[in-house]
Design a protein around this ligand. Structure first.
Ligand SMILES: [Zn+2]
Length: 70
C-alpha cells in the first residue's frame, strides 16, 4: 500500500487509490482489535488541499503527524 499512517497511534491511515483512472487520497480510521477491529472510510479526495481540510474536519491530525509508508 502506498500512503501514510500516523505515528501516534496508527489508527489513522491515508491510502492512495486509483479509482476510475484517477488517484484519490482515502482517509481511513482503523479500530483496535479489542474494540472489534474494522475500519471506517471517512472520505476520498483528489487534492492535498482537500486532504488537509478532511483531516482537520475528521481527525485530530495534520499532514505533519503522518509518516509515509509503502
Ligand atoms: Zn495516531
Amino acid at each position: 500500500m502506498r500512503g501514510w499512517v500516523c505515528d501516534c497511534c496508527g489508527r489513522w491511515q491515508i491510502s492512495v487509490e486509483r479509482i476510475h483512472g484517477r488517484y484519490l487520497y482515502r482517509l481511513v480510521r482503523l479500530y483496535r482489535v479489542e474494540v472489534g477491529g474494522g475500519r471506517d472510510v471517512l472520505g476520498e479526495v483528489a487534492t492535498v488541499t482537500d486532504l488537509e481540510a478532511l483531516l482537520r474536519a475528521r481527525t485530530p491530525l495534520t499532514l505533519a503527524d503522518l509518516r509515509e509508508v509503502g
